[in-house]
Design a binder for this molecule. Structure first.
Ligand code: DGL
Length: 301
């Protein structure tokens, strides 16, 4: 660590990990965050384990070379498929999004305990994620270790819908066109189908875990749909849970690793493996503020 403060590397297959960075920034004053969006190879969620591991390793190595002292794998798919390989290959601590998400879900379910021991044994969480994350059953394993039954539901249409901006704004833009409303209603319908199917298979679920970086942008619509379906489950965001875990690790290890300066806003630097213009445009939606300048980097195939 230099005088600048601790450097945190954050990577995702693309823009989605910016939802993790958005939650992290207010908790790591004084840190310098280097974000890499592997947009040239996006999406990871429909690819094989071998490919995801290869992509994740090259993204992570890039960030370690840029001086990262801690790596946040801000991608559920890369965490599910490549966390062990990343930890084995890197010399810095690596934090994924799945364990924090599962722990937050378990805590939410515990808060709703009924006192009935039979019902408690059945307590569960519904996990929505990409196809690759669901097929890995990484969330199911993490939840089971915490005494929680996970019902997993792959929602492959949601990432493209979010990236295309087909989302329902909480406050629709003044002058929004009829087409905007029609696009938003397509996403609402897709959510109704996915959630309807998932809830039928998960009568015991008490919480719903957003197991993909893109889904926090759909949170209001997901909560609305759950209410309409008569199952207003508590929604847990693994991005928020991960940011809290990273902040805790850093403050616990402050002495040993140089920690955070705790002074001034965290600073950011952005890299993408494909069009920087697209990253600047789309990224702002995920980060909740302008991304600013993005640098292009070539990580190979
Ligand atoms: N970032 C991915 C995740 O959280 C979603 C996008 C992708 O499939 O690459 O699983």
């Amino acid at each position: 660590m230099g005088a600048k403060g601790l450097t945190i590397g954050v990577f995702d297959s693309g823009f989605g990990g910016l939802t993790v960075l958005r939650e992290l920034l207010p908790l790591v004053a004084g840190a310098h965050c280097v974000y890499l969006g592997d947009t040239a190879r996006l999406p990871y969620g429909s690819k094989s384990r071998e490919t995801i591991v290869r992509y994740a390793l090259s993204s992570a190595r890039f960030l370690q070379q840029r001086g990262a002292q801690l790596l946040v794998v801000a991608c559920n798919t890369a965490t599910a498929l490549a966390l062990d390989e990343l930890r084995a290959a890197l010399t810095i601590p690596v934090v994924g999004v799945i364990q924090p998400g599962a722990e937050a879900a378990a805590a939410a379910c515990r808060e709703q305990e009924t006192g009935d021991r039979e019902q408690e044994k059945m307590a569960g969480v519904l996990v929505l994620a990409t196809q690759a994350t669901i097929e890995s059953h990484a969330y199911a394993r993490a939840c089971a270790a915490l005494g929680l039954k996970a019902t997993e539901k792959a929602c492959p249409l949601l990432v493209p819908l979010v990236e295309e901006g087909w989302i329902c704004e909480e406050t629709p833009a003044v002058g929004g066109s009829a087409n905007d409303a029609a696009r938003a209603s397509v996403t609402a319908q897709v959510l109704r189908i996915y959630l309807g199917e998932a809830l039928r298979d998960a009568p015991e679920s008490r919480a719903l875990l957003l197991g993909c970086t893109h889904y926090p942008l759909l949170r209001p619509e997901i909560e609305r749909t759950l209410a309409e379906l008569g199952r207003p489950l508590r929604v847990i965001d693994s991005a928020q849970a991960t940011a809290r875990v990273v902040a805790r690790i850093l403050s616990e290890n402050g002495g040993a690793r140089g920690g955070l300066t705790g002074v001034g806003e965290a600073t950011c630097e952005f890299f993408a493996t494909d069009s920087v213009r697209k990253f600047e445009r789309l990224g702002s939606r995920f980060l909740g503020r302008p991304v600013g300048e993005v640098q292009l980097v070539d990580l190979g195939g």
